[in-house]
Write a protein that binds this ligand. Structure first.
Ligand SMILES: [Zn+2]
Length: 134
């Protein structure tokens, strides 16, 4: 069976539309990601990853009992300078796309990235921005 030229064109168009839709739905949309820092399962801080014109770090210690720092740069965030025995959290590296996460089990601290529209409810969670950390 030989396909006519018009059939090839229709097939190519269908494939192109599907590929376009797939990209639209699954392509990580940078600039629309918010990271949430939780300790003991309670969300404490939100980091707006769409506003990271300048790299900065922030540190929590009261909440965990031991120093845990985060580095924010280029729309991504990672654990740095964490006081924990295994450093799995730091080895996980950067989180910048919705669904990406890093966990520090010894400090009961999690870092999870969300699409802005899919953030869990805001229960007095504090926003961290670079202006807080000159
Ligand atoms: Zn750790």
């Amino acid at each position: 069976m030989k396909m006519k030229k018009i059939e090839w064109i229709i097939l190519a168009a269908v494939v192109a539309v599907c590929a376009g839709l797939a990209l639209f739905f699954y392509w990580p949309r940078s600039g629309d990601t918010v990271a949430v820092v939780s300790v003991d399962g309670t969300a404490l801080y939100r980091i707006d990853l769409s506003r990271t014109a300048r790299p900065y770090t922030f540190r929590i210690e009261e909440e965990t009992g031991r120093p845990v720092s985060f580095e924010v740069a280029d729309g991504r965030v990672r654990f740095v300078e964490v006081t924990c025995p295994d450093h799995i959290c730091e080895r996980t590296g950067w989180c910048g796309a919705p669904g990406e996460r890093a966990v520090c089990m010894p400090n009961r601290t999690t870092l999870v990235c969300y699409e802005r529209g899919e953030l869990p409810p805001d229960d007095g969670v504090r926003w961290i921005t670079e202006s807080d950390h000159p």
